[in-house]
Design a protein around this ligand. Structure first.
Ligand SMILES: [Zn+2]
Length: 360
């Protein structure tokens, strides 16, 4: 079963009409509730309230000067932390709560839950050690990993990130780290924010081979994603042999999402939930992007359905008939559902570049 970590206080990060707004996590929680994924039948509690990450938690990743700077900026009323990252007076506390939610999810997995999902905001994977970026203030997944490393003495980590944007903050933080393998599948960064995340960015020094980028051309579908992930994820995980698995989940690669040109369907999310559980055995999930509310509603139910199918043999009953299915006017013709030539070429290139490290 999947444990969920959520707080109503995530509403305190006020961003107005920004795409990363308060409606997102509310929509997710409403849909999980409607689908019967929150109140479990055997009365076992599966929803948990996070606590704020402590100063020590934050400072394992971010310098004190940056943390203090964010606090002072928010106390002063907030505004734009960078071009597209907004902060309100309570954003500092809310960002600490979002990082704390991710830590809580890790604790739940250590306490025996198969999977735990932190449904927090602001997101984190673009945040660098000393810089807010791309709607992100603190790097939630990096903070969680460093907590596990220092407090629980866990050694090797695998992060898989399928948000449609490259998690450049996370990649930067661990770029020279031989014990953290960061795998990201994202829209080709030559066509989308943040403009980095190409195959050649493989890590540096001891971390060479520990940064694996899968850039996908605009128009890629579930078939393309499955083709390439089926050939990479399981093998690389087997060769790397991590002690702990984290997944950064973003829903902005969905067909209906306004911020990308990747065309994933709802079923991708169920498949990746099942596939990652099968590879990892236990998994911490941390919410990143996803900006179409109806896609968020449907695909979060799908994802959790996929996670729950692992190991239990049971199927979760879904109640999706009330959800409005509204596709944008984006053309998807039949040919697009086949694996594209570019996808096969991308796999070949990854196989070649990573042949010194993995048996792809
Ligand atoms: Zn994103």
């Amino acid at each position: 079963m999947t444990a969920l970590v959520y707080s109503k206080n995530y509403q305190n990060h006020e961003t107005g009409t920004h795409p990363e707004n308060q409606g997102r996590v509310r929509a997710i929680m409403d849909s999980l509730n409607n689908a019967g994924l929150i109140e479990l039948q055997n009365n076992e509690k599966n929803i948990f309230e996070p606590e704020m990450a402590t100063g020590d938690d934050l400072r394992r990743v971010h310098p004190a000067s940056y943390v203090d700077g964010v606090r002072e900026f928010c106390e002063g009323g907030g505004g734009h932390l960078d071009l597209d990252t907004v902060a309100s007076p309570l954003s500092y506390e809310t960002a600490k709560l979002s990082a704390g939610g991710a830590i809580k999810a890790a604790d739940l997995v250590l306490n025996g839950w198969n999977s735990a999902y932190s449904i927090g905001r602001p997101p984190g994977h673009h945040a660098k050690r000393d810089k807010a970026m791309g709607f992100c203030i603190f790097n939630n997944i990096a903070i969680t990993l460093e907590y596990l490393r220092e407090v629980h003495k866990i050694k090797k980590f695998l992060i898989f990130d399928f948000d449609v944007h490259y998690g450049n903050g996370t990649a930067d933080i661990f770029y020279e780290d031989p014990d953290v393998l960061y795998i990201s599948i994202h829209q080709d960064p030559r066509t989308i924010f943040p403009g980095v995340g190409l195959i050649e960015e493989i890590g540096y020094g001891g971390g060479e081979g520990c940064n694996l980028n899968i850039p996908m051309p605009p128009g890629s579908t579930t078939s393309d994603y499955r083709y390439i992930l089926e050939r990479i994820l399981r093998q690389v995980a087997e060769d790397f042999h991590a002690d702990f698995y984290l997944m950064d989940v973003g829903f902005d690669g969905h067909l209906d999402d306004p911020l990308s040109r990747i065309n994933l369907g709802d079923d991708f999310y169920e498949w990746i939930g099942m596939e990652m559980m099968d590879i990892a055995g236990s998994l911490v999930l941390i919410l990143e992007g996803g900006y179409d509310l109806n896609a968020l509603r449907r695909c979060n139910v799908k994802l959790i359905n996929g996670l729950n199918k692992y190991g239990s043999g049971e199927e979760v009953e879904l109640h999706l008939e009330d959800l409005e299915v509204k596709h944008q006017e984006r053309e998807v013709n039949h040919e697009d559902m086949e694996v594209r030539r570019e996808t096969k070429e991308t796999f070949k290139e990854i196989k070649e570049v990573f042949s010194p490290f993995y048996e792809l």
